[in-house]
Design a protein. Structure first.
Length: 130
């Protein structure tokens, strides 16, 4: 069950482009990271210009205002699955959304089954409901 947070700069994409970005991320999550069908939890945050500061970490990358920072909170993925996710996102977002590889940043945050409640204040993974 991934929770995906997409951070972009305000005004760089219209509503349809933002939806396509989110759709592609979801498709790649399903293909490369074994995300279950209908497990789609995404947040899209548009930051004002200057509200995202992302430097190149010494890699020599030139970033633009089209940068997309993808934060994925999930559990139980192997290193290989994570690397496949990174590659799949770069490939598909480049091909389908025109995103330069240097404008994609991905961070995966691990959690456990005890870290989720899908409603009614119940940890459904722990109770066996999921």
């Amino acid at each position: 069950m991934p929770l995906v947070h997409l951070h972009v700069i305000e005004g760089r994409r219209d509503a349809a482009e933002l939806r396509r970005l989110a759709d592609v991320v979801q498709e790649v999550m399903r293909e490369r990271s074994a995300a279950p069908p209908r497990d789609r939890y995404q947040l899209i945050t548009e930051h004002k210009p200057g509200g995202i500061v992302v430097e190149d970490t010494g890699l020599g990358f030139e970033r633009t205002d089209d940068v997309v920072l993808v934060q994925v909170v999930q559990q139980g993925r192997s290193t290989e699955q994570k690397q496949a996710l990174y590659a799949g996102l770069a490939e598909r977002l480049g091909a389908e959304c025109g995103l330069a590889g240097t404008d994609l940043i991905v961070s995966v945050v691990e959690n456990t089954t005890a870290d989720w409640s899908f409603g009614h204040g119940v940890a459904q993974f722990l109770t066996g409901d999921l």
